[in-house]
Design a protein around this ligand. Structure first.
Ligand code: FES
Length: 222
């Protein structure tokens, strides 16, 4: 915008902003790398193309900054425009990774829980001190649950880990009141689904549970 509308006075600001943009690429790349390491094969394939395009865009911006610094504004603009074009194409792939492949998003975002109490299973079939997988019917389809019974109290969370979708019922109970995901070690409170340890950034949907008429029933926590 400064190149197009800034006139001669915008030259210095355009150069400084280009430099700041180049510096900001470093933490951005670190965040992307962290997500990429946790991804499956499909995510990794697209992620490599995304990274190569971003590095290309970054190199073009470095050329732009150097040209501007030497006073070749027209050349600096040209490199900058080319860099923006490549980065815009790469941003499409970044959007595909998030919205198409679900990388780095809350995996439980589209679970719609029932509003009232719903039966899940026979209370007799739920042993003490063991993580058990179950499911409850919701308006948008069945929701997987992980259940843990202790001292006649039943604690229930969504089974699909908010981080990358692994099954919490394959995880471990820590200290009787937290569950640790088997994939990357995110730990959630069994009481309210809050995050006790990352890398998950979204809490786990939690349910109230009761035993009524010999059945385990659940409804979302208010
Ligand atoms: S899927 Fe990564 S911590 Fe659960």
């Amino acid at each position: 915008m400064l190149d197009v509308l800034g006139g001669r006075g915008g030259e210095g600001a355009a150069r400084r902003l280009t430099g700041l943009g180049i510096l900001s690429a470093l933490p951005t790349a670190a965040a992307g790398l962290s997500d990429w390491v946790d991804g499956g094969p499909k995510i990794r394939r697209v992620g490599i193309v995304h990274a190569v395009a971003n590095v290309t865009g970054l190199l073009l911006q470095i050329l732009s900054w150097r040209s501007r610094r030497k006073g070749h504004r027209a050349r600096g603009r040209a490199w900058g425009m080319l860099g923006m074009g490549v980065t815009t194409g790469s941003a499409y792939l970044g959007g595909h990774l998030s919205f198409g492949r679900g990388m780095g998003v809350n995996q439980t975002a589209f679970e719609v829980a029932p509003k009232s109490w719903k039966k899940v299973m026979d209370a007799e079939a739920l042993p003490e001190g063991k993580l058990v997988r179950g499911s409850v019917a919701g308006p948008g389809g069945a929701i997987g649950l992980v259940m843990y019974r202790q001292d006649e109290q039943v604690r229930v969370l969504s089974d699909r880990c908010s981080h990358m979708g692994c099954s919490l019922s394959d995880g471990e109970v820590r200290g009787g009141d937290a569950v640790t995901c088997p994939c990357h070690g995110s730990t959630f409170s069994l009481e309210d689904g809050s995050i006790l340890k990352g890398p998950a950034t979204a809490p786990q949907p939690a349910f109230e549970a009761r035993i009524a008429g010999g059945k385990v029933e659940v409804r979302p926590r208010p």
